[in-house]
Design a protein around this ligand. Sequence first.
Ligand code: DX5
Ligand code: ZN
Length: 217
Amino acid sequence: MKHLIAPSLLSADFGNLQRDIEMINQSKADWFHIDIMDGSFVPNLSIGFPVLKSIAKHATKPLDIHLMIQNPDLYIERFCVEAKADVLTVHYEACNHLHRSLQAIKKMNVKTGVSLNPHTSVSLLEDILCETDVVLLMSVNPGFGGQKFIEQTYKKIEQLKKMIINQNLNTLIEVDGGVDLSNYKQLINAGADVLVCGNAVFGSPDPVKTIEQLSTI
Ligand code: DX5
Ligand code: ZN
């Protein structure tokens, strides 16, 4: 499968959000990556349902919603219905009953995602991988855009890829944080299927061209 590019709207210009969404619509990007932060699971706040509804109204590509929040179960239905998630990702570290959370997402006919912080071992996913459509490996500590990529991530991708193949699954590996033109090829070679790019896209003088470069191997 050709890898997918998911620009992260966290780095968009929120004063010109519709313009930036249209730019992604017109580009070679595959998904919209949308970061939700609660000021508790991560030391930052981002956006809530009013803004999400506006994004859903204008975006013409799948919405990949990354929940960096405690107790995601409280909001799963709203993220699926009001925010129109196509992939809904919860953090392993934020769920006491991860299997139950994933079942709740599945019930809404939305793809399930599980994210791991840099310190969390992929081996912990052994018994939940078969319920997971996407594993989102954090390659920075979550909470902010524009941070430095953590090199240990390559090993995690390789280990996770082996687990997916051993279990004969189609789970996608998504990498989030510090992905740019200098490392995207190595990430794809290691086994990444989806690359989240915030600063690399929106900090570029020509975001459409950067997306095209990131899409090309
Ligand atoms: C960080 C978020 C990322 C962030 C990535 O907690 O999950 O999606 O927007 O931004 P860059 O690509 O700039 O590291
Ligand atoms: Zn993210």
